[in-house]
Structure formats: C-alpha cells, structure tokens
Design a binder for this molecule. Sequence first.
Ligand code: DGJ
Length: 729
Amino acid sequence: MSIIERHPDHFLLKAGGASYVLHVVREKYLAHAHWGSPLRAWKGANAPRFTDRSFSPNPAGSTDRTFSLDTLRQEYPGSGRTDFRSPAFEVQFADGSTVVDLFFAGASVVPGKPSLEGLPSTHADQPGAVETLQVLLTDALSGLSVALSYSAFRDYPVVTRSVRFTNAGKQPVTLRRALSFSLDLEGEGYSWLQLSGAHIRERQVVERALTAGTVSVESRRGASSHQQNPFVAVLGPGADEDHGEVFGFNLAYSGNFVSLAEVDQFGITRVQSGINPFDFAWKLEPGESFQTPEGILAYSHQGLGALSRTFHRFYQDHLCRGPHVLRERPILINNWEATYFQFNQKKLEAIVDKARPLGIELFVLDDGWFGHRDNDKTSLGDWTVDPKKLPGGMGALADKVHAQGMKFGLWFEPEMVSQDSDLYRAHPDWCLHVEGRSRSTSRDQLVLDLSRPEVCSYIVDSVTKILDSGKIDYVKWDMNRHLTEVGSAGRGADRQRETAHRHLLGLYGVLEAITTQYPEILFESCSGGGGRFDPGMLYYMPQVWTSDNTDAVCRLEIQWGTSLAYPPVTMGGHVSAVPNHQVHRITPLETRADAAMVGNFGYELDPLRFTEEETLAVTRINAWYKAHRAVLQFGDFYRIKSPFDGVSAAWMTVSRDRSLAVLFYFQILARPNVGQVVLRVKGLDADKTYTVEGGGISVRCSGDELMGVGLRMPELLGDFQSLRLTLQS
Ligand code: DGJ
C-alpha cells in the first residue's frame, strides 16, 4: 500500500496514524487542506470557499474579486502578491524587485527519502518505511524554481519537509528568507508551547494562548542555544499531557533559527520554522541551488505525552545514526567537577582505580589535557597533549584505563581558538571577524571560521591525530560560546551574510567526516551543557550533555522539558558533589542518582573523597542501574507529575513489552499536614498483574488498577527526597 496518494487535484499523505493533504487551487496555487487525524480519502469537505474580502487584494485583478492569497491556506507562501501574513521565503532579483509568482509546475513521488546535501536529516533504511512527494513551483518571469519535499513515514505520524531553491534564470538572485516549512492550521483556541531558558536553566516549559498576532522563538546566537529550542508545539483546545490534539514541530538545524506562529484576521494559525532570516542572505548565481534544513512535523491526538513518545522513537529509528544508537550506554565518570583543570596522570589514575570496583564503565577526561591549558584562557586549537600533565601521552593513559577494564573517553572543543595558542598566532584570520573591528571574546575564546574549508581540514586533521594516538571509545564534543562579528576573510562582500549558515555547513561537514571515520566511538555533543540540544546535532551524535547544571532539583525541570522533544537515552544525567557547584544545594546521594537515571547515567565527582558509606551506596546504585538500564534507556517514557506545577514530580519508563516499568517520584519540598499523593501510573498493560516494589511498598496489583486508581506514595520526610519503584509483571 502506498503511503502517498496522488489524485488529480490533491495529494494525500498517510503517515502512520496521521494524514496530510495539499491541493492545487485554480491549477496553479499550492494550498493546504489538512494535517492531523488520519483520513481514508479527501473529497474536499473543507475546500476553500472564496468570498470578496475587503483589504484582501486580488492577484487576478477585477476579473475575480473573491480570490486572494491573503485568505488562502498555503503550503509555501511568498510576499508582495496579496498575502500579508508571514512569508515562508523572500527573494531579491538583480533589478531590486522582490515579487515572485510561484505556481505549481508538477509533482512526483519517490520511494524512500533522498538525503539533504551537506545537512543532517531524517532517514529510513528499511524499504517501504517512507515515501517522498516532491512538488515543483516555478516563477516564469525570473526562472526561479522551488522544490518542496514532503516525506511521510509509514510507522509514525510524522511528515518531514524541506525546500530547495534553484536559480534557473539568467541573473543572480538573493534569498533573504528561506524557511523550511509553513503550515496554515484552521481551528480555534490553540495554545503554544516552547522550551526556553538560559545556560544551566535550559528547556523550561513555557505555554501561552495563541491569539491574534505573532509569537516566535528564535536564536541569533549562531547556535540553537540554551535560551530557545527549535522545538515548539501547538495544542488544540483542552489538550494536555494525555488528551487532545497536539502538533509538534522541530528543525534539524543547530544554528540561528526561528519558529513562529501567526494567528491571522480570520483565525488561521500559520506555523513556520527555518533558518533565521536575521543576518542571513544567500546569493544564487544562475544554475546554483540552495537547500534548506529539514522541518519535522509530528501529530498526536492523545496529548503531549504521546507526541513526545512519537518523537522519542522516531529520532531513535530515523534520525540518530551509527552502531551506538541501540546499544546500552555505559555508566561514566567525568573528571570535570572533580578536578577542573588541576590534574595529572597520577590523580587521574587514582580516580580510575577507585571507579572501576564501583561498577563504573567509562572514564572521561574532560577539558585541560592539551597545550598548556591550566585555565580557560588558553590553548584551544592546539590539540596536542600537555606532557606536564600526561607525560606518557594519550595512548599511555588510554592503556592504563583499559587495563583496569574500563573504556576511555576524551573532551574536545574543536570549533574554538584561544588568542593564546599556536594556532591563533599562526592564523589570526582563521576566526570569525570583521576586518578593522575588534574581536569580542567570550570565556576568553574566539570562534574558528568553519565557513572556510582549510579551517575545517585543520580541525579534522588535529582531532583525528589524537583519536589515532590511543584507544578512545568516547568523545565529548563541546562548544562554549556564541558567535559575534560574524564575518569571514574567506569570501567577498556579496556573500558575507552567508557566513553563519556556511559556518554551520562547515561544522556538519567536519562532524560527518569524523563520526563516520570512527563509528565505534560514542560521541556526545555538548555546548556548555545543553546549548545545542537539537535534531541537527543528534544526527551526528546520539547523546547530549543535558546541562552544566547537575543539581538534582534543577535537573527535574530541565529533564522534564527536554523530554518533551528528545528521547531520554539522548540525555546525559550525572551525579555530582554536594554542595552542588551550580546552585550550592545539598541533596541526598540517592535523590541525585534517581534524578540522573532519566537516561544515560554517570558521575561528575571525585570518588576519592567518598566515605565508606558512599562507596557502598554508589556500588549498589550502579548495580541497580545496570540491571534496569535497558528499560531506562530504551523504554517508553511517561511524564506523571510536573516539577513546574508544585513541589513534587514523577516520571516513569515502561519496557516495550510492558512487562517491566520503573517509576521515579521526587518530593522537592516537604509540606506540613497536606493530602497524600496518589500517582496514576501510565503505560502498563491493563490486563497484566504487576509486583510493585520499592520505598517500603510491596503490592501486587493489576495494570488497570494501577492506571485507573493509582498508587499511594509513602510519606517522605524532608526536602529533596526520592523514591524509585519497580513494577514487574
Ligand atoms: C562546558 C561543559 O558543559 C562542561 O561539562 C565541561 O566540559 C566544560 N565545558 C569544560 O570546559
């Protein structure tokens, strides 16, 4: 059965459990008819009815006063031709004009999904898992052509979209805006959800009603950023965690983006996302093309929870790549918060010697091993081992770690350069900068200009040299500042505004080269924690350091928010020391562990300081985690109680066959003399009987009782307490 149906005047995409319909109006305008509930067929029940609307002009002139693009739900709207709403694209021709008439010029359906040149994108290796509709729109006067791609996935309520512009004319054309998709939703009472925050406070859930006007989230920082995330959701009236229609949107891009919704005068909600038009322009000489990043559209009729689970499985199956995606992730220990820059081989070996018997499987050497980096002011770019700290070189340390039966991982920050570095002294023009202007630093570093191929080659060569110097099993790829003075010595004035996007393309090229050359290395992306938690980075690296904030209480919110869009297995959670280094809070070890077990688990502290009691507790925690990590990393994630709404939180993970579940309950603050907490468990098999154990509870109940009636939590004494329960059928 085909996923995409072609009809004389419309296309019906049947993506597992959802449908998308686009149709051609008046033989030339590509209009939108439906995205959401599954349809067997579309006969035009909601086909547009044209009426004469004041102040909505008519492209056909006085021959038809009823037709205006201002009132039509469109697939890829432009500007200057009667639609006054947010355009999906803007171009400027050699004569300075900006008016375009993009008319339908044909369509084809191909099996599978072509990859996007130079960009991360979703994929499907299984035959029949995806089909792609390509619709061609052309502007006869200029020769500009725009190919819209729609890939519909057989097993997921997901459609992905992207756009390719080609200048088939005789004059250059400049793209000033080139978003990845535009979607005109009909209906009332929508609300909007975004994930916003800051460094060490990433992805806080922010919701608001959508009313007339525009709401947008965007990054102008050169990275998707801690401050905003490209993921947004539009919730239908009354939708919540478990009920109602929800439309989720994300963008496979790690740089400047915009995601927006505009509610127009007639209540149509236009949702768009793509490269941020801020500081962007792209010149297309005759014959040249421009490919936008890919937008990912998912649908749920069972609330946000089901939407998240769709994204989780979809990203595991169709976005992340490489042999590690489905492999269990090791328990790691990272020396950053234990030593910062002050370490030597002896100290590291002592940590490794202590860590192994605790059950820790991977030792990660963080920042400070190269150049003469004893602080954050120096040496980025000089990827050679500091012999003062590691006299035997990287190979010797890696061997020592492996001899202990552990894996070895290493930190890099390859996109940056310190002014105090041999690299900068040799190539002062290799950073982003504008000639004649000073260079702003952040954390005392500058950003290498990855829009230049020679800079990318340098990064690939210097990183691979280290990766070849010893047995390295894991890489943490960090990025610790945002982009300023975005200019490049590598190209002329007419192409300077291409720099930010070319920089991203350069980064993607570097990541493609390195991650495919070393498929056995587990790569983790990081940008001061979760500053680049986006589908673009997940394509190259299947996990992310969720946040530099390791406080258990802050992590409840950060991880809850992150789980809306990203699979738990992609989130790194680590137990760190108390008082916590970011917020100085003191929380019990068990609570820190329970919070960190949300995905792939580890430590960020000095085990040499453990008391006897802590040594025993950590050994016990690791053994428990290993016994349950298959379900924690690859099960279905259910959010139960939001840390944003009160003083407690809960979530759970259920194995795919629903025979085992793990429930975490957190009492953030104790309150006197309040009602008892009964949690309605989710995702179980109603007909199975489960043995529930943990925190003094030991009962046997059926799934329907646990889900319908709920489970009474025991009384927890004190702030920052947690409970970990297993439910086994
Ligand atoms: C920021 C990262 O998020 C930290 O975990 C650590 O790797 C530091 N950079 C090192 O400079």
